[in-house]
Design a protein around this ligand. Structure first.
Ligand code: ADP
Length: 401
């Protein structure tokens, strides 16, 4: 089947288009005036009947057959809950004009075909049919109505393609989320077991030689990193499914920071972590999640700085004592403007660090969600090669300062 033209049938203007275009096809094929008029009249009869009662019809003019026998066909398809019959006026007259007339209905879908055998004298072949197709593809619109109609249909096609792409991206994202969820849960069990055995080995470390002892220490460090990654993956999957839950309790910010920083100072012994605290204050927060935020920001400050450099953790309370801001400043590699704008996105890592520093770009995404879920804000101030300062706020309990 070779489609020559297609016209959607929505209103009376399409009746004129259908008639004119059918006449043009007949003319281009070299049909006699009488034959093309007969065909166009039959098409108009069917099209008018369809347009009167529905606005979802479509006319296709197609050529069937193989060299040297071809037939020209006008096909009208439409859907309707009304009951149409072959004997209805328009169809009846069309059939009288073109006896090769076929009327099919299945549930509420109708298909009408009118055929016309093309005489061999037209000397039609595949090449000529292709030329005919491109003639109508390139032909300028018959009137401004057809011009708008064509533009509309191009626009609709574009929208449909874009919707398809968006749907594809959504499906892919859903599958990725599903994969992360399954993978992180599958990782959890073996990692927990490895961690337990590693801790047992750490307790027995003194019984082994120095060399074995250092291997055990390395094993512990790497197991902790692996465990952190698995938990981050699980958090990302929980965030995607909107399932990060918080157990809020009153937290004295200063003693909480003192305790957390004292543990982290041991973990990042190669850096000096200074603590500069303002007045005591109390916030409602999930202690484990707040610890996760601080651990992650200090972990990054250490990871993206030289060994031995200073990290400063400081707090300040807002004027009306409504919130506390906690700042973690380093003197590390800093960030470009693009980095500053994007680091809180899921899986984002700056190009500069992908080879030099390990990581998956999940930490700040999770951190920012934890902060905003607590009603706070997080942002960064940074200069390349000078360092970065991460600042996040936590709402304070009233009269708790
Ligand atoms: P990861 O560190 O695993 O890559 P994060 O989400 O914690 O993931 O950080 C995202 C990106 O932000 C990092 O890859 C890095 O490019 C940048 N970044 C985060 N913290 C700092 C920092 N203190 N100094 C410089 N760059 C940082």
């Amino acid at each position: 089947m070779k489609q020559i033209i297609g016209i959607s049938l929505e209103n009376e203007m399409d009746l004129i288009l259908a008639h004119k275009r059918t006449m043009q096809v007949g003319e281009q094929l070299g049909l006699t005036v009488a034959t093309r008029t007969t065909l166009a009249t039959a098409v108009s009869e069917v099209v008018r009947t369809v347009i009167d009662l529905t606005n979802n019809g479509r006319l296709n003019i197609v050529i069937y057959g193989k060299f040297p026998r071809y037939s020209l066909n006008a096909e009208v398809g439409f859907k309707s809950d009304l009951s149409f019959r072959e004997t209805d006026e328009g169809f009846f007259y069309a059939k009288k004009l073109l006896p090769d007339f076929n009327f099919e209905v299945s549930e509420n879908s109708y298909h009408v075909r009118m055929g016309l055998g093309l005489p061999r004298s037209l000397k039609l072949d595949e090449g000529k049919i292709s030329l005919l197709q491109s003639y109508f593809k390139k032909s300028s619109p018959l009137n401004s109505y057809e011009e708008i109609k064509n533009k509309n249909s191009q626009l609709n096609q574009l929208t449909a393609e874009q919707e398809k792409e968006i749907q594809f991206a959504r499906d892919l994202d859903e599958r990725k989320t599903e994969f992360i969820s399954v993978a992180s849960h599958e990782l959890k069990t073996p990692i927990t077991i490895i961690k337990a055995y590693t801790q047992m080995l750490m307790l027995l470390k003194d019984q082994y030689s120095e060399k074995v002892g250092s291997v055990i220490s390395k094993l512990e460090t790497q197991t902790n990193k692996l465990s952190l990654l698995a938990y981050q993956l699980m958090d990302v999957s929980k965030l995607e499914n909107g399932r990060l839950q918080y157990d809020l309790v009153r937290i004295d910010i200063n003693s909480f920071l003192r305790e957390t920083i004292s543990i982290l100072s041991n973990v990042h012994s190669e850096n000096n972590i200074d603590l500069q605290l303002s007045d005591d204050c109390v916030a409602m927060a999930d202690p484990l999640r707040l610890e996760q935020v601080i651990t992650n920001l200090i972990g990054n400050a250490s990871k993206y700085s030289e060994k031995g450099s200073h990290i400063t953790v400081s707090t300040s309370i807002s004027d009306e004592k409504k919130s506390v801001s906690i700042q973690i400043a380093d003197h590390g590699i800093g960030m470009s403007k693009e980095g500053i704008a994007r680091i809180f996105e899921k899986f984002y890592r700056m190009d500069e660090v992908t080879v030099s520093h390990p990581g998956l770009g999940m930490g700040l995404y999770i951190t920012s969600r934890i902060v905003t879920d607590h009603g706070g804000k997080i942002w960064v101030e940074s200069v390349v090669d000078e360092g970065s300062k991460f600042i996040f706020t936590m709402p304070l309990l009233e009269d708790a300062c």
